[in-house]
Design a protein around this ligand. Structure first.
Ligand code: PMP
Length: 399
């Protein structure tokens, strides 16, 4: 019999990552996620949070959360289909559907749970999923849980999508369903999927369109209503509009919006929704309050875009490359992974917190510092950040 160390691989695999400097070194945020915050004991400007509108610290959200603990308790007690479906959960789904202009919305525990729980139910054996090559990992995992065939088209390339769909149509026996999935805003480059062009192509092939708008909602469209609003699409151009409450909404939770049929289907088929405990009341109430704020205080989305335009122009004026960024996700292209890591550490020393994105998250020559804009940053904050980028850019001879 082979004598094995049953858990020896834990350390070995971890050490391999450490050797290649691919391990995550966790930073500790000491206090709330605000534009000026304390990380590992150091005062820094936060340029890498997804809290786009700074709603995680909005007084209305905090008050709603505290009030809900008083009225509904700390937990929900169950999964939603059994005994954990509170009036608050139903209210959140009604409010979200109204905000999105959809017939219905369904709230999951996280965005990851939405993708992992719904995608494998929408496409099964005999179906095919057609994905953008740069889709988010939670979509990829959702696809892996499905028994459907898979095909990939080049990033944001509608002509390639047409070519892939033509081949899909030639398959014998004919596929039962075709599901096209794309991120709305891509989190590494900050570019926007051409959903306005994808939708008519999908229509020609009778394909479903599923858009993960995690980085688009609260950011794009009328009052932050997301990508469907941004492109002025008809509701049924996008059959599943997926999103998260963990980014611009400032809380946590995933969701999908679409027809009543989609919601009823999800309620009965989505395993992550059926088998995992529902959100605690404080989370749900804070999400409802976030929708209220988006509907009544348009200044947050406006500030986010004015900061985005100012910072992107500032970085470009320094002679640095912001890649394909069209949104508040602004990568600063650096080149190789080592340079990106040095850039980020020097920024941190200068009081700017922005993470390097390196291989294997992006290709070897496309390492970058990914900055993410926030509505609550002031022009003074942004000038300070630009000053740090200029200093480090010169030190590393990038400018
Ligand atoms: N989709 C995309 C595009 C994301 O960036 C993320 C979060 N990193 C998710 C889904 C998952 O969302 P959540 O954090 O709510 O699980």
């Amino acid at each position: 019999m082979v004598r094995r160390d049953p858990v020896g691989f834990l350390r070995e695999e971890y050490e391999q990552l450490v050797d290649k400097e691919l391990d995550w070194k966790l930073r500790v945020l000491e206090g709330p996620s605000t534009p000026r915050c304390v990380v590992d004991g150091k005062k820094v400007l936060m340029l890498c949070s997804n809290n786009y509108l700074s709603l995680s610290n909005h007084s209305a959200l905090k008050k709603a959360a505290i009030d809900a603990v008083r009225t509904h308790g700390a937990g929900s007690g169950s999964v939603r289909p059994i005994a954990g479906n509170m009036d608050l959960h139903m209210e959140l789904e009604r409010r979200l559907a109204r905000f999105k202009g959809a017939e219905g919305s369904l709230v999951y525990q996280t965005g990851f749970a939405a993708n992992a729980g719904l995608i494998p139910q929408l496409a099964d054996a005999g179906d095919i999923i057609v994905s953008d090559e740069l889709n988010h990992g939670s979509i990829i995992d959702g696809v892996r849980l499905s028994k459907a065939d898979r095909a990939v088209y080049r990033h944001c390339d509608v002509e390639d999508l047409r070519v892939v769909l033509k081949k899909v149509e030639e398959h014998v026996p004919a596929y039962r369903r075709i599901l096209i999935i794309t991120d709305g805003v891509f989190s590494m480059d900050g570019d926007i999927a051409p959903v306005d062009k994808i939708a008519p192509v999908a229509h020609d092939h009778g394909a479903m369109v599923y858009v993960d708008d995690a980085h688009g909602e609260g950011v794009l469209g009328d009052g932050g209503r997301g990508i469907v609003s941004h492109f002025r699409l008809k509701r049924d151009d996008v059959h599943v509009e997926m999103g998260t409450f963990s980014k611009a909404f400032g809380v946590v939770g995933g969701h999908v919006s679409g027809t009543r049929d989609l919601v009823n289907f999800g309620y009965n088929k989505s395993r992550t929704w059926l088998l995992s405990g529902s959100h605690p009341p404080a989370v749900v109430a804070a999400c409802i309050a976030a929708i209220d704020v988006l509907e009544t205080e348009p200044k947050h989305v406006r500030n986010l875009w004015s900061n985005t335009d100012y910072f992107r122009k500032g970085i470009r004026d320094l002679g640095l490359d912001t890649g394909k960024s069209q949104t508040p996700i602004i990568p600063v292209m650096v080149g190789d992974s080592g340079a990106a890591k040095s850039f980020s550490s020097r920024l941190f020393e200068l009081g700017v917190f922005a993470l390097p994105i390196v291989f294997p998250m992006v290709s070897k020559d496309k390492a970058r510092i990914r900055t993410i804009m926030n509505a609550a940053l002031t022009k003074k904050d942004l000038d300070e950040a630009l000053g740090a980028f200029e200093k480090v850019g010169k030190e590393l001879k990038l400018i």
